[in-house]
Design a binder for this molecule. Structure first.
Ligand code: HEC
Length: 272
């Protein structure tokens, strides 16, 4: 019986790994699936050296430009690409950014060669590496590129509508001025927080709790404690399996934290 269980577990683990070794690329009419070996052998794949914000150092990868991959499917400039990882992380990235090739910005899918594996992810992100597929960015301080657009353990890229259109419940009243921080808060929530959190059921990320229901955090956190938690969750409470990352002031300035709290408060008030 024990042996049987052990075999079942080993089988499940190997199936899981086999699944994680492909990257699917889907538009509104078709899906392409690439294996690690296919992408490593792709003529567009090359060496890139990246200032890696996840590994916190310069890393050299075999990588294929996302601009090249997106040419192989139908993706308009105002589309988004939903990047799903194997760990319930799912972020909507503007197709326009993934298609950009400029001296300041270019995105790539880094491909982990099983013969030369990457190091394990630092901090609380687990004992495995960022592979087999990982979105990395060459940017010189382009604030538009959210820290969460660095999606590791990537399994699927899907061309889709803008998250604002897919999840209208996130939206704010047309009467709210374009310059109101509430709007900036919504934009930053979509670009950063929704990788892991849903809001009132809307969104795709499920690594963390829904932040709209049953209760909105502004209804049970002291405002200062909430701001502290959004900067660095371990400054409020800490345990070994804690998963929410700390955000540097470069990736999430204080004004953005205030804006996200303003949007959360706006949504909380309208629910009561
Ligand atoms: C990479 C995933 C990830 C991202 C990105 C992320 N979170 Fe979290 N968050 C989590 C997880 C997971 C938890 C549950 C606690 C833990 O394991 O750290 C959590 C917990 C929280 C909590 C505490 C909820 C409670 O009641 O305990 C709040 C509030 C929160 N997140 C807000 C945010 C906001 C706002 C953002 C965007 C600035 C954000 N999170 C970005 C993963 C994430």
């Amino acid at each position: 019986m024990r042996l049987f269980l052990a075999l079942t577990v080993a089988f499940a683990v190997s199936v899981g790994l086999a699944e994680a070794q492909t990257l699917s690329l889907t538009d509104r009419t078709s899906t392409k699936t690439y294996t690690v070996q296919e992408l490593l052998a792709d003529p567009a794949t090359r060496d890139v050296t990246i200032d890696d914000i996840v590994y916190h150092r310069a890393m050299t990868y075999r990588a294929i430009p996302t601009a090249e991959l997106l040419k192989r499917v139908n993706a308009a400039d105002d589309d988004y690409v939903q990047a799903r990882a194997t760990d319930n992380f799912s972020i909507a990235i503007p197709a326009r950014l993934l298609k950009t090739v400029s001296p300041n910005t270019e995105a790539f899918i880094a491909i982990e060669n099983p013969a030369a594996p990457w190091p394990p992810l630092p901090q609380n992100k687990g004992k495995t590496s960022a592979g087999p597929f990982y979105i990395v960015w060459r940017t010189s301080g382009v604030a538009e590129v959210s820290s969460e657009y660095w999606a590791f353990k990537l399994a699927a890229l899907t061309v889709t509508d803008s998250p604002f259109r897919r999840w209208p419940g996130l939206g704010v009243d047309p009467g709210i001025a374009a310059t109101d921080p509430i709007r900036r808060g919504l934009d930053r929530f979509v670009a950063v927080c929704m990788a892991c959190h849903r809001f009132n059921g809307e969104g795709e990320g499920t690594q963390g709790p829904d932040l709209g229901m049953p209760m909105n955090p502004v209804d049970y956190f002291q405002p200062e404690a909430l701001r502290k938690l959004l900067r660095d969750p371990s400054s409020v409470r800490h345990w070994p399996d804690q998963k929410m990352p700390a955000f540097s002031p470069e990736s999430l300035p204080d004004a953005d934290i205030d804006a996200i709290v303003a949007w959360l408060s706006y949504k909380a008030k309208r629910q009561h």
